[in-house]
Design a protein around this ligand. Structure first.
Ligand SMILES: *Cc1c(COP(=O)(O)O)cnc(C)c1O
Ligand code: SF4
Length: 385
């Protein structure tokens, strides 16, 4: 047995553990565990500094998960975009490939709680169906191995999946969505890296949410992946009490760059049932983005996205930098809120505006006509006077 497997076996993972280690009432521990598993391996557990801290909030079950918050089981409507149990096919040219239901730590905010940890829903036995589906769809050129955490598979099983995918000529890139560098960096071994390298181009997107997770162990894991020629990106989730603070986020993204990890996405929390207590207002995300851009390396800046409820995909949202138009001029503000005018080429910007003219559909509510394109504001002229 490898070290990481041994560590997994030592995880806090039962109602009994919760009662003994964290003073949970037995009925509460039972209820929480039946809703979504607990698993906290000794490495991640050691990062907790005090009850309720940013590490604790991510891994220790919370009575508020049981609140009737009116949120959704499957907020991204993944199940309706799932042609076979192991595939979520939402975008034209890429798919999520769910390989295992297991994770080395079960995040309390997980968007896929309805399935993750449940081997009747995500299972190796559906892998061949997934490979067959991808082989039958030549438009699919990018495969994102997800789950669960694909690095919960042994090297041997993971290699079988990679080999199967690489036999499909139209598969261009393979990405692994894995939390291991953050929650169980011991999983990143020389043997694993040597295996992954054979299936390039491979990308890894990992998942750090707080600077305390950027330990020497985690740094080493990320460097090993980078040394194997694997670009490593980070997808963070914005959460109340964890990282809803511009200074915390600034520290996180800077640390990630020193670990050779490039911040990729910052997600607005999905509206997943049982996670309401961790949500933040969108204005908080915008405030954070506003305090990153210009104030630190552009390389450190993730795209802030809302994954559209109902399954529309990721939608980027940005603080307002384009203040408006004044005739030919486009009026902008920079990171210090200074106003600049860029003389555009044409007087009439509507011609080149995005195709908002097409009426667009609101899920389930029929058609709604688009707002008229670009506001040519007289107010703007008053701003710049
Ligand atoms: C996030 C996601 C992807 C990948 O999106 P990128 O923007 O290419 O990183 C693909 N499929 C689904 C269903 C997703 O949720
Ligand atoms: S690692 Fe990913 S899939 Fe697993 S519990 Fe966390 S968010 Fe969910």
């Amino acid at each position: 047995m490898e070290l990481w497997q041994e560590m997994l076996r030592q995880s806090v993972d039962s109602g009994k553990d919760l009662v003994e280690r964290f003073d949970f009432k037995p009925e509460l521990a039972e209820k929480l565990n039946s809703l979504f598993h607990t698993r906290i391996n000794p490495y991640y557990l050691s990062l907790i500094r005090h009850p309720g801290d940013p590490i604790w909030l991510q891994c220790i079950p919370d009575a508020r998960e049981l609140e009737d918050d009116g949120l959704m089981e499957d907020p991204l409507a993944e199940d309706s975009h799932s042609p076979v149990p192991s595939i979520v096919h939402r975008y034209p040219d890429r798919v999520l490939f769910l390989t295992t239901s297991q994770c080395s730590m079960y995040c309390r905010f997980c968007t896929r709680k309805r399935k993750v940890g449940d081997s009747t829903k995500i299972n190796m036995k559906y892998i061949q169906d997934g490979i067959d589906y991808i082989a039958a769809h030549p438009e699919v050129r990018d495969i994102i191995l997800s789950g669960g955490d694909p690095l919960m598979l042994t090297d041997f099983l993971l290699e079988r999946v990679l080999k199967g995918l690489r036999e499909i000529p139209h598969v261009e890139i393979i990405r692994l969505g894995t939390k291991m560098p953050c929650v169980l960096p011991q999983r990143i071994t020389t043997k694993l890296c040597r295996m992954l390298k054979k299936y390039h181009p491979i990308y890894v997107n990992t998942h750090f949410n707080h600077p305390w997770e950027c330990t020497p162990e985690a740094k080493r894991a990320c460097e090993m992946l980078a040394d194997a020629g694997i670009p490593v990106g980070n997808q963070a989730v914005l959460m109340k009490g964890v990282n809803d603070d511009p200074d915390v986020m600034l520290e996180l993204v800077r640390k990630l760059l020193t670990m050779r990890v490039r911040p990729y996405y910052l997600y607005q929390a999905d509206i997943t049932r049982g996670t309401n207590y961790l949500r933040t207002p969108v204005s908080k995300g915008l405030e954070i983005m506003d305090k990153l851009r210009g104030h630190t390396s552009g390389l450190a800046i993730p795209a802030y996205v809302i994954d559209a409820p109902g399954g529309g995909g990721k939608i980027p949202i940005l603080p307002q930098y384009v203040i408006g138009r004044a005739g030919k001029n486009i009026i902008l503000r920079n990171y210090k809120y200074e106003i600049f005018t860029y003389p555009d080429i044409e007087e009439n910007p509507v011609d080149h505006a995005p195709p908002v003219e097409k009426s667009f559909k609101r899920k389930g509510r029929g058609r709604k006509s688009a707002p008229k394109a670009v506001p040519v504001a007289t107010e703007v002229e008053s701003i710049i006077e």
